[in-house]
Design a protein around this ligand. Structure first.
Ligand code: ATP
Ligand code: MG
Length: 402
């Protein structure tokens, strides 16, 4: 699939932008703070319905739009997929902040700082749809300097990564995830009420069964995905590191502290999950929260049997992260039979020549890849010769004749 047209209205620094995207390789060159990352962010939001950074949706709306009564931003694109045109659109509307009152002398008035809700409206081919319907329409794989946090950062980042990747591939996963999160929330409420003697522990049976039904599927799907990513990432890592170190991705289940298996099944996992809930019951009531399940699982990366999240150097962690992302793109292609769109945000400066060469070579095998950079010198001339080069400057995009 490829994006053929993108239109931004009041999205971050872009008041209004319309442009046609070239197929294959698009290099976006620009100085700092011109809007390169924001452009890729807009595409990511169309793919996943949310920003990759954990910000409030309000921040996405152009500051100037807060002069209007209903500040609204809009991201729209035309996608060419399996021979068909697909129109995807996402709009965010915020209530305008009330201007400062005259007696409000020393408080700082900040239009983007308020917490009133932002309404999200999604259209697919002109028809209003749910956010969940958007996911899987436009598939993207992002590469950024923050990828390294996947290896060394908090487990929650890795769970989020697995959730987004699985949701793009498997619609059932997304549905189950939404339900699981709701059930989890309700079950936690109940646990707190039981702890305060305001509810009967017998009521847990219903929620346990719900939690297990959705959760077991999530665990098994994640295990399958991790096994597939592992296979792909091992070869890539081998090449990127020049044969130095064997990579191993390991999914760690909280329900039995086991390493995930390639062939695990929902039925058997449900039984283990149920037993784990029984064993954790007392502790869960005491703490007032659910302590086992996919929301407590983790994904670890081992290089030569050493936990890379703890012991690897920054460079080694970066190589692991890059292997993972390239594996993800391959997995997405084989699982959906469609090329994902690759979004590379300013990643070249952090890589040595060998890794850069490998990354760009692999990226060029996809139908469409967008790469931002401050500096065209980072590319080999052969690569630039295949690319369409654009300059991003002051919220405008112009083709750059080489
Ligand atoms: P760098 O090379 O430093 O990564 P960049 O070209 O990727 O720069 P962006 O991250 O895209 O830059 O940001 C461009 C500008 O958009 C920044 O100056 C930022 O302050 C501005 N910006 C962010 N959010 C908004 C918003 N809601 N309204 C207006 N401007 C915004
Ligand atoms: Mg940037």
């Amino acid at each position: 699939m490829i994006i053929t047209h993108l239109s931004l209205t009041n999205f971050r620094n872009y008041a209004s932008l319309e442009f046609d995207l070239p197929p294959h390789i698009m290099v976006l060159q620009g100085d700092n703070a011109q809007g390169k990352s924001n452009l890729l962010e807009a595409i990511y939001i169309l793919a996943t319905s949310r920003s990759p950074r954990t910000v409030s949706d309000r921040e996405l709306i152009n500051w100037d739009a807060f002069q209007e009564e209903i500040p609204t931003c809009r991201i729209a694109s035309l996608v060419r997929k399996a021979g068909n045109d697909l129109r995807l659109e996402l709009a965010l509307s915020a209530k305008a902040a009330t201007p400062p009152r005259s007696d409000d002398l020393f408080s700082r008035w900040q239009p983007t700082n308020r917490s009133s809700p932002v309404q999200k409206r999604i259209r697919i081919n002109g028809v209003i749809r749910h956010a969940a319907d958007l996911i899987g329409q436009l598939n993207v794989v992002t590469f950024s300097v923050y990828d390294i946090d996947l290896v060394g950062g908090e487990p929650a980042l890795r769970r989020r990564y697995l959730d987004i990747t699985n949701s793009q591939i498997d619609h059932r996963y997304l549905r189950y995830l939404q339900r699981y999160n709701r059930i989890l929330w309700q079950r936690n409420q109940l646990l707190r009420m039981i702890a305060e003697n305001k509810a009967n522990p017998d009521e847990l049976a219903f929620w346990d069964q719900q939690l297990v039904e959705k959760g077991a599927y999530l665990i098994v799907q994640r295990e399958h995905t991790v096994a597939a990513l592992n296979q792909l990432a091992q070869d890539i890592h081998e090449e990127l590191s020049g044969g130095q170190g064997k990579l191993n991705l390991v999914y760690l289940r909280s329900i039995d502290k086991q390493r995930g298996k390639e062939d695990s099944e929902v039925k058997q996992t449900s039984e283990v999950f149920t037993k784990a809930l029984q064993e954790a019951r007392e502790k869960e009531i005491a703490q007032g929260m659910s302590l086992v399940g996919p929301h407590r699982d983790d994904l670890r990366f081992f290089v030569n049997d050493i936990d890379a999240g703890i012991y690897a150097s920054r460079g080694q962690q970066r190589t692991v992260a890059l292997s993972l992302k390239l594996a993800e793109a391959k997995l997405m292609l084989s699982a959906t039979k469609e090329h994902p769109i690759l979004l590379l945000d300013d990643v070249l400066s952090e890589l040595d020549a060998r890794r850069r060469h490998h990354l760009l070579g692999s990226a060029a095998s996809y139908q469409q890849v967008l790469i931002t950079t401050t500096d065209l010198d980072r590319f080999e001339p052969d690569f630039l010769a295949q690319a369409s080069i654009f300059r991003v400057s002051q919220s405008h995009i112009e083709p750059l004749s080489a």
